[in-house]
Design a protein. Sequence first.
Lengths: 301, 365
Amino acid sequence: MKLAYWPGCVSRGFTPELHGSVEKVAPLLDLELVELDRANCCGAGVIAEHNQELVDTLNARTFAMAQSVDGAAGMMNICSTCQGAQSECQERLDASGDYRRHINTHLKGEGLAYERDADWWNKNLLWLLVEEIGLDALRERVVRPLDGLRIAPFYGCYIVRPTKRLGYADHPERDLYLDQLIAALGAEPVQYAGARKCCGFPVITMNRTTSLRQAGRHLADAIDAGADCLVTPCPLCHLNLDMQQPAAAKFVERDLDVPVLHLPQMVGLALGLEPKELGMGKHVVSTKPVVRRLQETPAAA
Amino acid sequence: MAETFTLKVRRFDPESGQAAYWRDYGVELDPERSVLDGILQIKDREDASLAIRCSCRAAICGSCGVRINGKSSLACNTRISDAAANARDGAIVVEPMGNMPVIKDLIVDMDAVHWKKVQRVVPWLLPEGEPPEREYIVPAEAMIDVTQSMACIHCGACVSACLSLEVDPDFIGPAALAKAYRFVGDPRDGATEQRLNDLAEDPHGIYDCTHCFACIEVCPKDVAPMSQIMRLRRRATGDYEIKDRNNGFGHEKAFTELIEKYGTLHEAQLVPRSFGDGSLIKGQTEPGAVKQLLESAPTALRGLRSGKVTPKKALIHPKLPDQDQVRRIFKEIDSKDERLELNLYIVGEGGGEEEGAAAEGGEER
């Protein structure tokens, strides 16, 4: 499957292991990724807060570039925040022809235009895995089942709310996909309170206490529910849950020390890739316990 | 035709001296009826002591806010068959709203939290100058912007669902901030800047919202409180340039300027610039910024040590190949005096589509 691929900013910035692991996993899933290397930041909610016309234009530009990739089935993103921020703009662009035409006038200079098309989509890797590849097809490709691992899903707000904007009417189980995927790969999904709550990242520079109390509380809940690690499709959540974890521990006054995987790292492990290829050494909280757990349970295949 | 449904209700009476407990009740109802109808049937037929607040039964009075299967909702506005379809173990779970103390069973103390916070934002008009001889005349267009925030029925569902309130009970919260926008956006109000200053400077004000969409998801009246908070931020930073102590201004300015310059986010610069006034040199050398920089230094060091962040990456960020186009877009739009906003609450789905609607086969999404 050929896809227009929008990696986002953070996956190439502070979580380079995310972009790297997607590039390793994609060929194993027969995904041909055409990277949108001229596309701009989605605005992450901040530009939307600053100026709506501006953020809608910036994302219309990205969509237009994706639509002009020949033979692409659609556009793929690898960040819950990109998904939510872009879906918000797409909702407005699709709702009004007048508005869309106006936004497109800003893109004329580059010869670009975003066209409303019911068959065109922009999907996070998580949605793509379940809806376009399918859990059964994925199961068949697993060479190293993640048996014995207890993994706590952490979805990221932007991919679960608001349901009306994010296509839940057509895909009502999108807020269960991460659980289903964990199970499909042979691991056990951990049920805990924080799975669909906020990691706190958006206010890390504005209210450190609120931000790290949120991250700390969800990590603690996952640990208490018996999780060996967490997994998230959002690199911004990853920053608060992994990079800030030692700081978050202070705000909830307890030890945390639980590894947090990126979604494609978890998939890659099950597809037989080595932890090093997946950049698992580039985490703040060591991922070694996860690797050790997997080695303790030898692959059945 | 009546069907049987099971309601699992959280019971609690502080005066009994007993802990809270769950009890299952069977009700017989038409699937079209509401969860509130179910609760009222329990009161009527099985246990009159079950406490709930309710009045209009038509999603107007906002009294019967509860959590149904974990989601904050109006009991009268939730069809019992829909709730049953979403129930995990067959039983519809009904519990009191969150983030507020329980008075009894399904009744929470709205005064202690919700109404106190609404009072906090001075929820009345503060007009400027001498009152006019007759009524205040406002052009209809000028009120469009605040219509959405006026739809609030004070049910407290957003307060119950708010994920910031969960960790910071002092957060002013979604309902009260939406109410604040109702007056900030009102052209008759004379205290706009004062109000914005107050809400921007409060550590538990507009910059304490983590942008989690929980309030938007649960509001039965589509008030979209988080969107109103974003409007407050837009007014505070864009119109009044309020340089608040919470870095709200600095963060927005640094973020947008970095995208204007590079096209993608230069994270290593975003953090230090956010701590000041958003600018590169001055912002980072202000005393407050330096203190916060030191606080976040361990995190930066951890990033370097893990190999995620290299010194080169921290210093040099590449521009996009067509960055001049991104810059042109910024200039075209940001330099205009008026901001163009498409408010879907007013426009509605498919509004303004004209000839496009027919050609594209309708606008329902």
